[in-house]
Design a protein around this ligand. Structure first.
Ligand code: 6CS
Length: 369
């Protein structure tokens, strides 16, 4: 992993520093001012005919998984829309380091695009931890996606918090309902007592599981399969497609379809890069993201449905699948609601409180429509 990281970083830096096509947002715009420069900087201001753009797009997932397939689709569509002027290298997870390293690469302009799970910015953009609150969003993924797309709390106020940290979210989207796997049945809050739960780098995620009596710990998913296999942790949470594709079910005896949360990811860009794009090129970026929304949602639904069937019918690695009843979910919800007070009083300031209050109102309005 380390050797791979060093190797890939070398490639990226080489591309940014000396490559003919690739250029980083930190390069000066003067390199691209000539309309005849067909391999210009990303900070080109003219967007003249013939200018080309080569960008790097990092994801937290592997080929075949949602984030990677989506990023590859965006890249393909942008290339097509721009008649080949835009080319994008999409990176699988691991090549450029951990999830947290990737966030830093976006902030520093080493890469232009990233898919980021807010769980990995939890120690930096505190307000983004709102997505760690259990039972906040509806368990209906379509409704959740609609809220993510229309919410002022998220797209204006939370997005501004990310921009303060040099991350510009362009699209918040769900990877599906989040479910539990464990080396034992997880049906009641008592089942979590002293349970070693793996979560992402978010203090609020830790707190959410402490509320159930668990003993949570943060780690990268790169270490998770081995950690589950060796009993370093007892269980984890993720959307079903990811559980299956990362083979976590192979080393877990139970999976609980709890829908205690929706897994949210964001498509983000380096703001300096984005703000300096010529209008026609930025329009291609914006349009492509807009036009790929329903494609992504449909892929998410079909991946999660297919992988649930795959887990249920896997006789080589049998996993007991439990679907929580509404009553069983309620027992968890009662313990999860007070975590919102912790979020407001201990984690965020006045702005974060307003974001949560506005979001709760938006969710209630959406549910009552
Ligand atoms: O559990 C994780 O950390 C990973 N889960 C998903 C669904 N995507 C990437 C992320 O790093």
């Amino acid at each position: 992993m380390l050797i791979g990281f060093v190797f890939m970083l070398g490639l990226v830096l080489a591309a940014c520093g000396g490559g003919q096509e690739a250029s980083s947002p930190s390069e000066s715009s003067s390199t691209s001012s000539s309309p005849s420069n067909t391999e210009s900087s990303n900070e080109a201001s003219s967007g003249g005919i013939g200018e080309s753009y080569h960008w790097l797009f990092v994801t937290e997932e592997m080929e075949g998984q949602l984030q990677y397939e989506y990023a590859a689709e965006l890249a393909r569509r942008m290339e097509e829309k721009s008649d080949g002027r835009i080319t994008i290298d999409v990176f699988e997870f691991g090549g450029l380091g951990s999830e947290v390293n990737q966030v830093e690469q976006l902030q520093n302009g080493v890469v232009e695009f990233a898919i980021i799970s807010p769980g990995f910015t939890g120690t930096m953009v505190q307000e983004g931890q709102v997505f760690a609150l259990h039972f906040l969003f509806p368990d209906d993924v379509r409704l959740t996606q609609d809220i993510l797309e229309t919410s002022e709390a998220i797209n204006v106020h939370l997005a501004a918090k990310y921009e303060e940290h040099n991350i510009k979210p362009l699209y918040f989207w769900t990877e599906g309902g989040t479910q539990w796997t464990g080396n034992r049945e997880l049906r009641r809050p008592e089942d979590f007592r002293n349970f070693k739960m793996r979560v992402q780098e978010s203090p609020l995620m830790l707190r959410s599981y402490e509320a159930y009596g668990a003993n949570p710990t943060s780690m990268s998913w790169a270490e998770l399969y081995t950690a589950l296999d060796r009993g370093v942790v007892d269980g984890q949470e993720n959307p079903i497609f990811f559980i299956e594709d990362a083979s976590f079910h192979e080393v877990q005896s139970h999976m609980t379809v709890s829908n205690h949360n929706n897994y949210v990811a964001m498509t983000a860009v380096n703001p300096t890069f984005y703000n300096n794009l010529p209008a026609d090129i930025r329009q291609i970026v914006d349009e492509t993201i807009e036009e790929t929304k329903s494609w992504l949602f449909d892929l998410q639904i079909s991946m999660n449905e297919e992988m649930l069937e795959k887990i249920k019918t896997n006789t080589d690695y049998p996993t007991e699948v439990i679907h929580l009843t509404e009553e069983e979910r309620q027992a968890f919800k009662e313990l999860a609601i007070p975590v919102r007070e912790f979020f407001v009083n201990e984690v965020v300031g006045e702005d974060g409180k307003k974001i949560l209050e506005m979001l709760v109102e938006e969710i209630e309005a959406a549910e009552n429509r």
